[in-house]
Design a protein around this ligand. Structure first.
Ligand code: FAD
Length: 493
């Protein structure tokens, strides 16, 4: 059965699964070779060498094949490449500004001597999606415990059972449930929603800690109406983490067949689609020409005006409707803070610690009770990341946490921090933020408009283009790659 038959049956995913299985079988003997090379020299370009051995492209004359350029080797770019590369109709090339693949998936192997940790995406939301399937095939999906938490409010430490009897906490939980069902004619920020709902001041930090990691910004910036079915709904999903294998290594493994087509350190500066071919020029002024382009750069990069460092110019300009849609979406600063501690100051069985300090939520991601060694992970987004953490060094952040823990708990707890790692996502030149969200006064149409192809030659993918309520996630980014590839196949059919 041809890919077109599959496509028209609406069964692209099944075709791709079969195709990938076939690729894997065919490449079994070459796979470890490719992977080793990819691990040693991430995504080096060996296109011409690998192409001749990996595909049936030679059966089609070069001039009848379409050249597809993919901008960005994050998960959406890699996935789009994977879907296209075995098709003899296409020659693909992935232009990646950074010196590694993965974008906002970035792991640290053997961190603090306690195994791998994730610096970007760290949890899989739900098991009914392609990303879970990929991780699960690596036998590396581990259920993330969402059990009891420990709460540090003022100078009091509450266990889960204690806080559940607290009237402020009970009211806060009730309002959180209302937010999940919130429908309103007039949009408002989640912060305004909290004020209207009279969430008690004392426990607002818990409300913020529970929501902000899923919306990617602070409650004062996010729309209560439009983030409800996106960010907020992620709260209720079952969550999985990487186990023995880190997410970065899973990417290298799963996308090994297309790594030879990645050109690293190739930052696209301009896209000229005035002629019949699309001219793409990088920061070294190297020009490449494609028939179709899939643009997967983060929303923050797409939003930059062309004269800003790392901005991309388009000729002709992108439609104003697309620019207006981008304005309705935000992508703010995000900071991941990892701490190694040598004292278990949370209650037994707790996997999360909520505090009313600057960092409102820590997750216990590694535990070794026999050595009394633990790793805590926190994500801070939006105004808190931008106005506070981004202006501090890693040492200052750790000092601030120590001071706060000393005041709320004890010197012993403060001094339990023995190591740290901080990543400032908005300072990564080609990422510049965490993930997209709907601003107040947003629109359900924004993401569809952002994703809409231009002249059936420029296709847009990446988490911000997800129209299925899965923006801001890895599996959502993968879905957009499938949508873009489907659109290209349909266009060329
Ligand atoms: C702190 C943090 C926590 C997160 N937590 C989770 C989580 O727990 N679960 C989850 O599912 N998701 C999470 N996410 C979101 C998830 O990481 C993203 O949704 C997903 O990885 C985005 O993939 P993408 O392909 O759309 O974009 P990216 O991964 O950003 O890839 C885009 C690529 O484009 C490249 N690029 C940019 N400009 C250019 C240029 N001019 N030329 C060439 N290349 C360029 C970039 O270098 C990058 O590699 C988190 C993200 C962050 C930052």
């Amino acid at each position: 059965m041809s890919i077109f038959t599959y496509f028209f049956l609406g069964n692209l995913t099944e075709y791709l699964y079969l195709c990938n299985t076939q690729i894997y079988k065919e490449m079994q003997s070459r796979r470890s070779f490719i992977k080793n090379i990819a691990l040693a020299i991430p995504a080096m370009s060996m296109a011409s060498v690998m192409l001749s051995s990996c595909s049936k492209k030679d059966e089609l004359p070069r001039k009848t094949r379409k050249r597809i350029g993919i901008i960005g080797a994050g998960v959406s770019g890699l996935h789009a490449a994977m879907l296209l590369h075995e098709n003899p109709q296409f020659d693909i090339e992935i232009l990646e500004a950074g010196d590694r693949i993965g974008g906002r998936i970035h792991s640290m192997d053997n961190a603090f001597g306690m195994g791998n940790v994730e610096l970007g995406a760290s949890e899989i939301y739900g098991s009914n999606n392609t990303w879970f399937g990929i991780v699960n095939r690596s036998q590396s999906a581990v259920v993330a415990s969402q059990g009891a938490a420990t709460y540090v409010i003022g100078e009091t430490i509450y266990s889960q059972s204690q806080i559940e009897k607290d009237t402020d906490f009970i009211q806060m939980e009730r309002q959180l449930t209302e937010l999940k069902q919130f429908q309103s004619g007039a949009d408002m920020s989640i912060d305004q929603f909290m004020t209207n709902a009279q969430v008690p001041e004392r426990v607002k930090c818990i409300f913020e800690g529970k929501t902000e990691q899923f919306i990617g910004t602070t409650v004062d910036r996010a729309s209560a109406v439009y983030n409800r079915s996106e960010g907020i709904e992620k709260m209720s999903e079952e969550k999985y983490r990487s186990g023995a294998k880190s997410f970065s290594n899973i990417l290298l493994d799963n996308y090994a067949p297309v790594l030879p087509f990645v050109l690293n350190n190739t930052a696209v500066q301009s896209i000229d689609y005035t002629g019949s071919k699309i001219k793409v020029t990088d920061s070294l002024q190297v020009e490449r020409v494609y028939d179709q382009l899939i643009i997967t750069v983060p929303l923050s990069i797409l939003k930059l005006s062309a004269n800003k460092p790392n901005g991309i110019s388009f000729k002709p300009e992108l439609p104003s409707s697309k620019r207006e849609a981008m304005d309705k979406l935000g992508m703010d600063a995000g900071v991941r803070v990892l701490l190694k501690v040598n004292k278990k100051f949370w209650n037994n069985g707790s996997s999360t610690i909520y505090t009313d300090g600057t960092i409102g939520r820590f997750e216990v991601i590694k535990s070794d009770d026999s050595k009394s060694q633990y790793v805590l992970s926190a994500s801070v987004h939006g105004a808190k990341a931008e106005e506070t953490l981004n202006n501090m060094s890693e040492a200052e952040i750790v000092r601030m946490i120590k001071n706060e823990w000393k005041a709320s708990m004890s010197s012993d707890v403060a001094n339990s921090i023995v190591d740290s790692k901080v990543i400032f996502w908005s300072k990564e030149a080609h990422i510049q933020g965490s993930f997209s969200y709907h601003k107040v006064g947003g629109s359900t149409e924004s993401r569809a408009e952002l994703a809409r192809p231009v002249e059936n030659r420029l296709y847009f993918a990446g988490e911000a283009c997800n129209t299925g309520n899965n923006s801001g996630t890895v599996h959502g980014a993968i879905d957009t790659a499938e949508t873009a590839v489907k659109a290209i196949l349909k266009q060329l059919a």
